[in-house]
Design a binder for this molecule. Structure first.
Ligand SMILES: [Zn+2]
Length: 494
């Protein structure tokens, strides 16, 4: 018998954690965070306590209470076992969006994570560019040792780094995890390396759409996945429905053309904001900048991600390399802001120390620029400015006749509205927004609309359908005759 238990990702957008149990072979598909569940109790200022994180998360219903699943340093310290063998054979990751992967750092280090090369590199980008992320390597906590004076001393986390078992699968190539056959198939979505799965179990075939659409640069991948399902005799399809209640979608190519048009009509600086890890969107801005004779200016996090992709033999050439002639890398002020200070007083070495180790090599890139270049030559650039780095506007001082293109999702709750209000204030202050002129909102979603999802449902032709990643199951029910609706923590059997 084969069961699927839904520990998240049903009647909710995100938080996917689907436990498949095939005669004792247990694998999780995704191990993500539910924004709605997490935001119900936690915020920037109220977080699970590090010393009791597992129990805090269990209490508030954010992680399932399963022995042998969580990192042993935490489990032991928080009296939740830790010495037992794990029953979980693997985690299969569809993609590296946080609603699918954010709780991986809680997992035991010896549970293998199967993912695409792209997902691995995006998680590496998370780890390397922040002190707190532990996707690929965990740093053991709560360890003690006896110091030279014979006292019990606390070990600092950084000294004991434990690499996780990351197994990169090849797109389209089948593999097995004990009794379960896995076919990872690429689909089109708003981050690189997204894979849907077809699982062959002893009781039948399960497909999981992951997050998908037909209106991006990789629509042909989604088409192939659907075709593959059609010939695979799918017993149960877990089908996303984030935008199933929406009726139409622009394409990623529309984003590129509309952006190009705005750049053409802009005298001075073009400023843009888009999802930092959506490299297909980066490509839209890169193409639009190139065709209008401008450089795309990216921030250090994007430069680092492009570097990781460029170093990968599998991915090189898919996206611009960080030294691409049409790209500039923006060096912001570091911790002391020495970039524009007199280095006979401070020294080159002091300037280097202004930056984290992952940032330093970019200082020497031939295409590195700083605010002075952007300030002087505004008509030469399309300048990426993240919502978290709006202070850069103070330095680059957009002149009259500059534009802002906002290529991000529109707010869908009060908190986001409030944040957007604040962002608007910044652009108003610098004269990019006026009573007569709004910013240019140009965005397409990573998720298919109703017609696209209906096409997935129709063409995959599964015997049973389970709505996931949605709050609108009524559409799934309208379009499939055998829909099983499940609640969080409920199981279904094949
Ligand atoms: Zn996603």
């Amino acid at each position: 018998m084969t069961d699927i238990t839904f520990h998240g990702g049903v009647k909710d957008i995100g938080g996917n954690k689907f436990l498949v149990d095939d005669k004792g072979t247990k694998i999780f598909m995704d191990f993500g965070m539910s924004f709605s569940a997490a935001n119900k109790y936690f915020s920037q200022f109220v977080q699970p306590r590090t010393s009791n994180s597992l129990n805090d998360m269990f209490e508030m219903g954010l992680l399932p209470r399963i022995k042998g699943l969580y990192r042993r340093d935490n489990a032991k310290h928080m009296d939740f076992g830790g010495d037992e063998d794990t029953e979980i054979s693997a985690v299969l990751l569809t993609h590296a969006h946080v609603d699918h992967c954010a709780y991986i750092p809680y997992l035991r280090e010896d549970i293998p994570i199967y993912c695409s090369e792209e997902s691995k590199l995006i998680m590496q980008n998370f780890d390397d560019t922040s002190d707190i992320n532990q996707y690929l390597t965990l740093k053991e906590r709560f360890q003690v040792y006896t110091n030279t004076k014979g006292e019990i001393s606390r070990a600092s986390g950084d000294k004991i780094a434990v690499p996780r078992e990351i197994k990169v699968f090849e797109s389209g190539k089948k593999f097995s995890i004990d009794s379960i056959g896995v076919e990872p198939l690429p689909v089109d979505h708003s981050i690189p390396g997204v894979h849907a799965f077809i699982l062959s179990t002893s009781s039948g075939t399960i497909a999981n759409t992951a997050d998908l659409r037909f209106h991006g640069r990789r629509a042909a991948d989604t088409e192939k996945f659907v075709e593959k399902c059609a010939i695979s005799d799918i017993d149960v399809l877990l089908c996303e429905g984030t935008r199933i209640n929406k009726t139409s979608s622009m394409t990623e190519y529309d984003v590129e053309t509309q952006t190009e048009e705005i750049i053409k009509n802009t005298k001075n600086l073009v400023i843009c904001g888009y999802p930092v890890r959506d490299l297909d969107r980066l490509l839209s801005f890169y193409n639009a900048a190139k065709s209008t004779g401008r450089y795309l200016v990216v921030d250090l996090k994007q430069a680092y991600l492009l570097k990781l992709f460029d170093l990968s033999s599998v991915l090189r050439g898919k996206y611009p390399s960080p030294t691409d002639p049409n790209l500039k890398i923006y060096i912001p002020r570091g911790s002391w802001g020495l970039i524009d200070k007199d280095l006979t007083k401070f020294s080159e070495r002091q300037l280097t120390m202004d930056y984290d180790s992952w940032q330093r090599e970019f200082l020497d890139y031939p295409n590195a620029i700083d605010y002075r270049d952007v300030l002087k030559n505004q008509k030469d650039f399309v300048f990426y400015c993240s919502d978290y780095k709006l202070q850069e506007l103070i330095d680059v001082k957009p002149k009259e006749g500059s534009s802002y293109i906002r290529s991000l999702t529109e707010p869908f709750d009060d908190e986001m509205e409030l944040k957007e209000e604040q962002i608007k204030n910044w652009f108003e202050h610098f004269g990019l927004l006026t009573k007569e002129r709004d910013w240019h909102q140009i965005h397409v979603s990573g998720h298919g609309d109703g017609l696209q999802i209906k096409r997935v449902i129709d063409e995959t032709d599964s015997k049973k359908l389970i709505p996931i990643h949605t709050q609108h199951e009524e559409y799934h029910k309208k379009w499939h005759k055998n829909v099983q609706s499940v609640n969080q923590h409920e199981s279904m059997s094949l």
